[in-house]
Write a new protein. Sequence first.
Length: 196
Amino acid sequence: MGDPTRTFYDELAESYHLIFQDWTRSIQWHASVLGPLIEREMRTGGLRILDCACGIGTQTLGLAQRGHALVGVDVSEAAIARARREAHQRNLSIQFEVSDMRDLSSLPEAGFDLVLAADNALPHLLNEQDLARAVQQIAGKLRPGGLFLASIRDEELTVILQQAGFVEVRWLMPADSGFYQPLVLARYRMAEQTTS
Ligand SMILES: C[S@@+](CC[C@H](N)C(=O)[O-])C[C@H]1O[C@@H](n2cnc3c(N)ncnc32)[C@H](O)[C@@H]1O
């Protein structure tokens, strides 16, 4: 039997944009909220970002349009095929790969400034072991001081992130962030402090 999550999103890929009233506008809106937040956190633009549950590219496309270098992965082959098409139509150069965030070893790239898992992708990982595996894989893709950003409602994630070596775990509620879901920010091991 195949992975039901993958099958679900494979079947949804061609109509996924219909979840939004106007997907093109949503792409812009997501980037206009998440982009400045990320850039403020990292104190720079032009970031290397891995979107580890990119779907058809709702966040990936808009963040690439802001000048960031994006790699998008998703467990759904059909979603990735559509994301590639959407990027091509917008003249965006984005690397898309089919990959499961619980095992990102097929992706040679590492040392990202930011890993993103937006719009409730993490709750698809149904047990603590899978969630911990995913968080460890994400940690392995970040440079020291790099940032993990997810939109999700799951306070247990705080503890799992800390166990995987993340620090400064912060939750931003919609009233503070302007985004429509709770956001979690977690920094992957601070760059070593220099003592003089
Ligand atoms: C609600 S969608 C959000 C997609 C995209 N971020 C967006 O906002 O359009 C959740 C995505 O998580 C992906 N996903 C679920 N489990 C995954 C896993 N283990 N590894 C990678 N992607 C996964 C699904 O295939 C789906 O595309």
